[in-house]
Design a protein around this ligand. Structure first.
Ligand SMILES: [Cu+2]
Length: 350
């Protein structure tokens, strides 16, 4: 089972890297596109993709609305009725989630003390709604919302070709435990019940955020790749640690003119299980309270547009959209399945 899963994941990785290396061979032409215009930033779903020039600031706002609908057991769909069973023939859990709606808004700031170093800070605000059905067939919804984990980091330039057409930088960051891990809401079983792991707003731990990013400009095209990870440093106050996450994403964007570019991006993502557990959550109550039902492998494709306003009252403002389609999900245990979703963003550098 494990070897099947890792070889599938390897295929996806090879496909993503294949796209990158095929383009790398065409990587000889110099370009004047680097550093300005719509195509000089990666698709809006990529964080920490670009360095700024010394003394430059950038402010950004991103919004993402993602729904998860229906259940997967591994990579196979499973009904909520199978998960809960009936009073006569009980299933493994009393309650199954049926749908989750997640909206995340993110405020960001970047500042470059030197040409080689750009500092970043990001503050998320998250709203989570989860619909459930009980073994008795009763539906209910829990909700949590608030500020999430603040991320601080730096981008360190490692290489820049003389014509600026190729750039490599390190992403170094830390996620601070500013988001709540003690969110509560009413359920049919209990008023003000402690909500499970996926309904919490933060990781509860200091998490290291290492990464590496490459970008190249070839004629009207810009392609890039970023490998990044989220590594919680230890168990939090509620005695658990979220699994490590690794994400490999690669994009190609086509420069139509200075004001407009469109992009295609492929992403693979792997997350480990939760380590430890909250002693005050009963894992037989609901799938989301069982730490076996966390983490897994996912692949998605995204289509995006980036725009840059070259003149007028909004000169320098950037607006971007990206639509993401999950194409492969192989999850640990029983979890909700991600639906297609949209990300939007605004950026202004000065
Ligand atoms: Cu920036």
């Amino acid at each position: 089972m494990l070897s099947i899963r890792s070889s599938r994941c390897g295929l996806v990785a090879a496909a993503t890297l294949g796209l990158s290396t095929a383009l790398a061979h065409a990587d000889t032409a110099s370009s004047t596109l680097a550093g300005h215009g719509a195509s000089s930033h990666a698709p809006i779903g990529v964080m920490g993709d670009h360095l700024h020039k010394q003394g430059e600031w950038m402010f950004s706002y991103r919004a993402m609305d993602m729904a998860m609908d229906g259940l997967l057991d591994g990579s196979d769909q499973v009904s909520a009725a199978t998960v809960t069973g009936t009073m006569m023939a009980p299933g493994r859990y009393m309650v199954a989630p049926t749908r989750m709606e997640m909206t995340m808004q993110m405020l960001g700031a970047m500042y470059a003390p030197t040409d080689r170093v750009t500092l970043m800070a990001m503050v998320p605000y998250t709203t989570l709604d989860m619909d459930h059905v009980t073994r008795m067939g009763r539906g209910f919804t829990t909700r949590s919302s608030g500020w999430g984990d603040v991320k601080l980091g730096g981008l360190i330039g490692l290489y820049r070709s003389p014509d600026d057409s190729r750039q490599l930088h390190l992403n170094l960051g830390v996620s601070l435990p500013t988001g709540s891990i003690d969110e509560k809401d009413d359920t049919p079983a209990m008023a003000d019940a402690k909500l499970p792991y996926s309904m919490q707003l933060g990781s509860g731990s200091y998490d290291l955020l290492p990464g590496i990013t490459y970008q190249s400009y070839v004629g009207a095209y810009n392609w890039g790749a970023q490998l990044s990870a989220t590594l919680p440093t230890g168990r939090n106050d509620n005695d658990y640690r979220l699994g490590n996450t690794a994400v490999l994403t690669s994009w190609i964007s086509r420069h139509v003119n200075k004001a407009f570019a469109y992009s295609l991006r492929a992403t693979i993502e792997s997350q480990g299980k939760i380590d430890g557990r909250r002693s005050d959550l009963n894992p037989a109550m609901v799938t989301t309270a069982d730490t076996d039902n966390y983490g897994g492998d996912r692949m998605s494709l995204s289509w995006g547009i980036n725009s840059y306003i070259p003149a007028g009252a909004l000169k320098g403002h950037r607006f971007a959209l990206e639509f993401t389609l999950p194409v492969y999900q192989n999850l640990n245990g029983i979890q909700l399945e991600r639906e297609p979703h949209l990300s939007a963003g605004w950026q202004l550098a000065f």
